[in-house]
Design a protein around this ligand. Structure first.
Ligand code: NAD
Length: 345
C-alpha cells in the first residue's frame, strides 16, 4: 500500500502546479495548494487551497503551518517570450520571484521541513552557449561562468544558489530541476503570458485554412518542448531521489519554431502562410541535455512532441471555438487583413 503523504504545492493555481496536484491526488496523498488564484481551467483538486501572496511572510507561515512530507515550490512571476524577454517586467519578475523563494525556503527551514522541490529553468544557461541553433550547450555544468540572457534567468540562478545554500548550511535536502519549455492542456493560451506551443496552437486554430499567422523572427530559432505529464513525472522522481540536482527536465527532440508551426498545421489539417515579423525571441538555440538525468535517475521523457501537441491543440481549439468571442470572430472573417495582429512567441 502507498503511504499517504501530506504535501504542499506552491503555485498550485498555475499550469504545472495544477497538473502536479492532480497527479498527487491520483496517488492518494493529502494536498494543500497555495496561490494568488485558483486554477484557471478546471476544478480545485487539492484538499485545501489557500489563496494568498507568498511574498508576504505571514502567508507563507499560514501555508507552511506544520509538518509536510513534500513541498513543491513552483510559484513565480513568469510568462512566455512576450512577457520575460521584452525587459518591461524585469523589476517585478526579479523581486516577486526572489521574495517568494526567500520566504518559502526560510519558512520551511524554521518549520524543520527539510526537502523542497524548486523549479528552475533552462533560462539560466549562458547566452554564449546558445548562439548556434543546431548545437546549443545546455549541459548542467555549463551554467557558469553565468550569462543568462534575461533577468528571469538571473533570478532563477540566484534562487538555485539560495536553495543549495540552505542545503549546505542548514542540512536541508532541497531538489532543483531546470525545466525546458513545458506545454500541455490547461496552460495559459492567450493574454500575453502564453508560451510558443500554446500561442502557435491558438493562432493556427484561429486562422482560416490558407490564411496566415505571424511569427517573431525568422522561425529558425530552435527549442525543445516537454509535455506536462512528463514534467510532473520527472519532478516526482527527482524529489523522491537521493540526487540534489540541478538537473534538466526537458525533451531532447529539438525543432525550429518553423517546424513547430508546421507540425501544428499538420495536426489541424491546415495550410498557412508564415508571416515573419520582428519580436522578442530569446536565445538562438536551446535543447535539453538529458545525460545527467539518465545517469542519476535512470529516466528520460519518451513522449513525442507530436503526441503532446495533438492533445494540446485539441484543448486550445476547443477554447478558441467556444470560449473566446474575439477568436471566434476572427476565425469567421474571410480577409487576412481583418485578423487581429497577434503574434507568436
Ligand atoms: P504559471 O505562471 O502557470 O504558475 C505559476 C503560479 O505562481 C501562478 O499560478 C501564479 O499565480 C503563482 N504566483 C505568482 N506569484 C505568486 C505569489 N506572490 N504568491 C502566490 N502565488 C504566486 O507557470 P508554470 O508554467 O506552471 O511554471 C511553474 C514553475 O516552473 C515556475 O516557477 C516557472 O518559472 C517554472 N518553469 C516553467 C517553465 C514552463 O515552460 N512552463 C519552464 C521553466 C521553468
Amino acid at each position: 500500500m502507498v503511504e499517504t503523504k501530506k504535501i504542499l504545492v506552491c503555485g498550485a493555481g498555475g499550469f504545472i502546479g495544477s497538473h502536479l496536484v492532480r497527479r498527487l491526488k491520483d496517488e492518494g496523498h493529502w494536498v494543500r495548494g497555495v496561490d494568488l488564484k485558483f486554477p484557471e481551467f478546471g476544478a480545485v483538486e487539492a484538499d485545501d487551497f489557500l489563496i494568498g501572496d507568498l511574498r508576504d511572510r505571514r502567508t507563507c507561515e499560514r501555508a507552511i503551518d506544520g509538518r509536510f512530507d513534500e513541498v513543491y515550490q513552483l510559484a513565480a512571476d513568469m510568462g512566455g517570450a512576450g512577457y520575460i524577454f521584452t525587459g518591461e517586467h524585469d523589476a517585478d519578475v526579479m523581486s516577486n520571484s526572489a521574495t517568494i523563494n526567500l520566504n518559502v525556503v526560510d519558512t520551511c527551514h524554521k518549520r524543520n521541513i527539510r526537502r523542497i522541490f524548486y523549479s528552475s529553468s533552462a533560462c539560466i544557461y549562458p547566452a554564449y552557449n546558445q548562439i548556434d541553433p543546431d548545437h546549443p550547450n545546455c549541459a548542467e555544468d555549463s551554467a557558469y561562468p553565468a550569462a543568462p540572457d534575461s533577468e528571469y534567468g538571473w533570478e532563477k540562478l540566484f534562487s538555485e544558489r539560495l536553495f543549495l545554500a540552505y542545503n549546505r548550511n542548514y542540512a536541508m535536502q532541497n531538489r532543483i530541476a531546470r525545466y525546458h519549455n513545458i506545454f500541455g492542456p490547461r496552460g495559459t493560451w492567450t493574454g500575453g503570458r502564453e508560451k510558443a506551443p500554446a500561442a502557435i496552437c491558438r493562432k493556427v486554430a484561429m486562422a482560416p485554412n490558407h490564411g496566415e499567422i505571424e511569427i517573431w523572427g525568422d522561425g529558425n530559432q530552435t527549442r525543445s518542448f516537454l509535455y506536462v505529464d512528463e514534467c510532473v513525472e520527472g519532478t516526482l522522481r527527482l524529489t523522491r531521489s537521493d540526487f540534489e540536482g540541478p538537473v534538466n527536465i526537458g525533451s531532447e527532440e529539438q525543432v525550429t519554431i518553423n517546424q513547430l508551426v508546421d507540425l501544428v498545421c499538420d495536426i489541424a489539417g491546415k495550410t498557412l502562410h508564415r508571416n515573419h515579423v520582428p519580436g522578442p525571441q530569446g536565445v538562438r538555440g536551446r535543447n535539453s541535455d538529458n545525460r545527467l538525468i539518465a545517469e542519476k535517475l535512470g529516466w528520460a521523457p519518451s513522449e513525442s512532441l507530436r503526441s503532446g501537441l495533438e492533445k494540446t491543440y485539441e484543448w486550445i481549439e476547443e477554447k478558441v471555438n467556444r470560449a473566446d468571442p474575439e477568436a471566434a470572430g476572427a476565425a469567421s472573417r474571410s480577409s487576412p487583413a481583418e485578423w487581429p495582429k497577434e503574434r507568436v512567441a
